[in-house]
Design a protein around this ligand. Structure first.
Ligand SMILES: NC(=O)c1ccc[n+]([C@@H]2O[C@H](COP(=O)([O-])OP(=O)(O)OC[C@H]3O[C@@H](n4cnc5c(N)ncnc54)[C@H](O)[C@@H]3O)[C@@H](O)[C@H]2O)c1
Length: 430
């Protein structure tokens, strides 16, 4: 349904599934807010200081309740905001409805939207003529650089939320194609060490269990990629009693997985043993035709990396005699010509968002506190920004970590003056 936004400026319209879902969404947004004390504190300060006054922010993020609270924080800071989805299957329609109806935020996102609608929504968010963009996978930046170059002149900076987006942006910078300053929020320790590891770790397992109701104990779970996300999923699967096999292409990560006590094997071997396979590499074609061909009857396949290209879904479809859609919610059964079945969760899209609610709010509190503070930071520093992919300043990360600790009731020691001197002076240390 296309609707005019309540309280929104006249240009902005929204495209969400059904405004009648708003009440449920509002309750869930408020629940997430309760788990996000750091972001709440930033929002309270933004209300008073309005550091984003006059800014227009276009955001392409997973349209979850945590994202809703980030959008509210930007609005509290004085910004005008337009939001679209960063994945066709991650939108929570009740949440999108509430953003429009209860918070007056222009939102363009419908769960399950086709590719044409997805790109229309990106462009509708960009019609805001943003001074700042936020991406989870670099889609807005890509559209701006390829099709909407007229927007570049007004852009102070863009912020990137995920590993795959940062890889794309660094490639653009290397080729000289990047035309705006970009902050890699993903590379902040307050983001990747917690969101990618604990957030993806828990929610990926949550998505698999919600979709299949599988008993994880005693199963062989194959994790492709032992990065921050893969480590998290491997730890959680082991915690539930799975036998975990890791596949890697990078020797140091493979060594780390081995010393963390996981079995490491090539995918050709691992696929044969797997009851469940999850990809988290940011790469393509990680599970291919030959792997599908060797899987056990009943193997479950999911992806939690940014794009579904981690799985060669065309090869899987070509191997299938029949595809039974929705044998359970979010599960499709591929019946192969020899009678074996492979079950695919969430069409190979991010399983934690397609089949569960994405990361728990308490971990997104830190990622989105980083986003909110960096939005303020780029406005303050706009005169001195270079066209490059830059990191989040250390003091911003430390402020967030300290506040998060205090909201969790955890205190730490301070360096004494003697200790500080000892650590900083080269003459010390005898
Ligand atoms: N599901 C989510 O909510 C969520 C959250 C954060 C990040 N992500 C996405 O997850 C992916 C991984 O993110 P990360 O932060 O762990 O990245 P990372 O760079 O830390 O780890 C990726 C790992 O995959 C390995 N790898 C690459 N190709 C491989 C292959 N063919 N086989 C096996 N291993 C391979 C790399 O060597 C690396 O160790 C990215 O696409 C990222 O955008 C998803």
């Amino acid at each position: 349904m296309t609707v005019a936004t309540a309280k929104a400026p006249k240009r902005a319209t929204s495209d969400v599934k059904d405004l009648a879902l708003a009440a449920k969404g509002k309750g869930r947004i408020e629940w997430a807010e309760g788990q996000m004390p750091v972001l709440r504190e930033i929002r309270a300060r933004f209300e008073k200081e309005k550091p984003l006054k006059g800014q227009r922010i276009a955001a392409c993020l997973h349209v979850t309740t945590e994202t809703a609270n980030l959008m509210r924080t930007f609005v509290a800071g004085g910004a005008e905001v337009a939001l679209c989805a960063s994945n066709p299957l991650s939108t929570q329609d009740d949440n999108a409805a509430s953003l429009v109806k209860d918070y007056g935020i222009a939102t363009f996102a419908i769960r399950g939207e086709d590719s044409k609608t997805y790109y229309r929504h990106l462009n509708q968010a960009l019609d805001l003529k943003p001074t700042m963009t936020l991406d989870d996978g670099a889609d807005l930046v890509t559209v701006i650089h390829k099709e909407r170059t007229e927007l570049i002149k007004d852009l102070i900076a863009s912020m990137e939320e995920t590993t795959t987006g940062v890889l794309r942006l660094r490639a653009m910078a290397k080729d000289g194609a990047l035309k705006i300053p970009v902050v890699s929020v993903n590379d902040a320790q307050t983001k990747f060490m917690f969101d990618n590891r604990y957030g993806t770790g828990q929610s990926t397992i949550d998505g698999i269990i919600r979709a299949t109701n599988l008993l994880i104990a005693g199963r062989t779970v194959v994790i492709a990629g032992y990065g921050w996300c893969g480590r998290g999923v491997a730890q959680r699967a082991r915690g539930l009693g799975a036998k975990v096999i890791v596949t890697e292409v990078e020797p140091i990560r493979a060594l780390e997985a081995t010393m963390d006590g996981f079995e490491v094997r090539p995918m050709a071997d691992a696929a044969r043993a797997a009851d469940v396979i999850v990809t988290l590499t940011g790469n393509k074609g990680v599970v291919r035709r030959e792997h599908f061909q060797s899987m056990k009857d009943g193997a479950i396949v999911a992806n939690s990396g940014h794009f579904n290209v981690e799985l060669d879904l065309e090869a899987l479809a070509a191997l299938a005699k029949t595809v039974k859609k929705g044998v359970r919610e979010n599960v499709d059964q591929y019946v192969l010509k020899d009678g074996r079945s492979i079950f695919l969760i969430g069409e190979g899209r991010l399983v934690n968002l397609a089949a569960a609610e994405g990361h728990p709010a308490a971990v997104m509190d830190m990622s989105f506190a980083t986003q909110a503070l960096m939005a303020e930071w780029v406005v303050k520093n706009r005169g001195g920004l270079h066209v490059e992919v830059m990191n989040v300043p250390r003091d911003v990360e430390q402020w967030i970590a300290r506040l998060k600790l205090s909201t969790m009731g955890v205190s730490i020691d301070d360096l004494t003056p003697e200790q500080r001197k000892y650590l900083e002076a080269w003459e010390e240390g005898t």
